[in-house]
Design a binder for this molecule. Structure first.
Ligand SMILES: [Zn+2]
Length: 358
């Protein structure tokens, strides 16, 4: 006769044992798990590179987004670094090329996702602000649309494949091809308080001493507009930084970005070594983008980094026959973070960015 009680007992024990084995295997697998971004997979302690495809739709040919994963030997944060959101901003792109060569995945806790050129159509056509494909500013269309224009589909792809799996993000910019800019960081305060506080720590860790306190980003994750704000509205601490200007690839601007990323990696515990946070930052509580109310030729009257009094002339705009159309003046005393360095100006576009600590 079959002893059913005994069978049940043994079965129960087997079940418990197999659950235990499964859980242990899952924990082990998590520690050893590869990291995947779209079609790109990196094993623990290794680097993998590839492209995210943005397929063609009626009206455009689609594009590709080159990405590398540096998957550390040990678990830790997933830091996404985006370059080339504006296609003529080169120091961030070159800094990520160097990072790819210089970071040892064997000595890394956590994972870096490098987006080398976010906006390939703009990069290849050398356009500032706007994509040649649809006339849109990629950093104003996030989180994007699966069936939208090319810029919207790039944004959708980056949101889904890069921002969603990340725990932290730094969006790397500089003065666009027409902007003469001194380096600074945007610390965005509009997210969840703990996310904003973590973003403050990252801003200090990046090391640049001019920090804009940015209180005006939208809070709706479905209309986040900006790359870094797409992370923040998904409760992931993030920053935007600016280093470089005027389509140049100067060593100082590139090295500053490398230094900043190394500081953030140390701050997040991804590597034991790295630069210390900035000690005496200037928190710029007040800032204003000055816009043109006319189309024509811009003549700057200040340089980046200049300190200006309230009412000081920032620049003049004339028409194409030399007649003065507008004088742009400082709305308050502050510092010029950027000013246009080339003549073209269209109505409504920025001509300068002024900021002050109060
Ligand atoms: Zn930019």
């Amino acid at each position: 006769m079959i002893d059913t009680t005994h069978l049940l007992d043994t079965g129960g024990l087997r079940l418990a044992l197999s659950v235990f084995v499964l859980l242990a295997a899952a924990a082990g697998a998590q520690a050893q798990q590869p990291f995947t971004v779209g079609p790109i997979t990196a094993a623990r302690g290794s680097i993998a590179s590839g492209v995210l495809e943005v397929p063609a739709r009626p009206g455009d040919e689609g594009t590709t987004i080159p990405v590398s994963i540096i998957h550390g030997a040990r678990p830790g944060p997933v830091l996404a670094l985006t370059a080339g959101v504006h296609g003529a901003e080169y120091p961030p792109i070159i800094a990520l090329q160097r990072l790819l060569k210089n970071v040892d995945p064997g000595a890394l806790s956590g994972t870096l996702i490098l987006v080398h050129v976010s906006n390939m159509p703009s990069y290849l056509a050398r356009t500032i602000y706007y994509s040649p494909a649809d006339g849109k500013n990629l950093n104003r269309v996030f989180p994007g649309k699966a069936d939208g224009t090319l810029s919207e589909r790039i944004a959708h792809t980056i949101t889904r494949e890069v921002i969603e799996p990340a725990t932290h993000l730094v969006d790397l910019h500089c003065g666009d091809g027409n902007e003469s800019l001194r380096p600074y960081t945007y610390w965005i305060t509009t997210g969840r308080p703990d996310v904003a506080e973590a973003g403050r720590g990252m801003a200090l860790a990046f090391g640049m001493d001019h920090i804009i306190v940015d209180r005006e980003r939208p809070a709706d994750p479905a209309a986040s507009l900006y790359v870094s704000n797409t992370a923040i509205t998904r409760d992931k601490p993030a920053l935007t930084i600016e280093s470089g200007a005027l389509g140049q690839t100067d060593e100082e601007s590139i090295a500053r970005i490398e230094h900043g990323i190394a500081g953030v990696m140390r701050h997040l515990g991804m590597r034991p070594e790295g630069p210390a946070p900035v000690e005496h930052p200037i928190l710029l509580e007040r800032s204003e983008v000055l816009r043109s109310s006319a189309t024509g030729i811009f003549y700057p009257a200040v340089e980046r980094g200049h300190t200006v009094a309230q009412g000081r002339l920032i620049g003049r705009i004339t028409d194409f026959h030399g007649r003065l159309l507008e004088e742009i003046r400082a709305p308050f005393a502050g510092e010029i973070l950027y000013v246009l360095g080339t003549p073209p100006i269209s109505k409504g576009e920025p001509v300068a960015f002024v900021a002050a600590d109060r």
